[in-house]
Design a protein around this ligand. Sequence first.
Ligand SMILES: [Zn+2]
Length: 192
Amino acid sequence: MFIITERQYNIIMHQAQACYPQESGGILGGRDNTILGVLPIANKHLYDRTETFALSDDDIDTGYKFLDKHKLEYLGVYHSHPKGNPYPSDKDLSHHQKYLFIVGLRDRYNPELYAWRVEGQNVYAENIKIISDIGITVVDILTGKPKLSENLDEKSMDRLASMIDDWIAGKSPEYPKYEPSKWDASSFSTFA
Ligand SMILES: [Zn+2]
């Protein structure tokens, strides 16, 4: 089971909304299966960002610095499936990660966040407990699905999405640098 605060859960969800229909993602850090750090990362795939989420070596380096700075353990990569269900793809499973965190956006306004534990060929769903910042359980994902759209109307959702968009752009001002010559596709970790 994983525990995540509502605030961090919302960072992941709002990023997924802002990047829709492209895939979004990032790195999760924590202690003892409690998610304490979310590092959103801009999708580095060159041409197929609606089907693939890619991290560069620099992103992985930034991720480790982020975890080190906040004294967090690496828990895993999260990424979205804008059109599909939140089950890991064969490509996702090929990375031999212990945990895969996937946001399913089959219904954009009722996103699903799933944590999967991978053991060899087997994949198990881990419950995620969303708690408020003062520690009160808001929802258990496997037992009671969160309904983001019950709390936010479409307009608020769009405004939040564009705020997150700006925030991501501001945080990473160097991003619009998609010159192919600077990219080495072989160094990418890609999640489908
Ligand atoms: Zn995937």
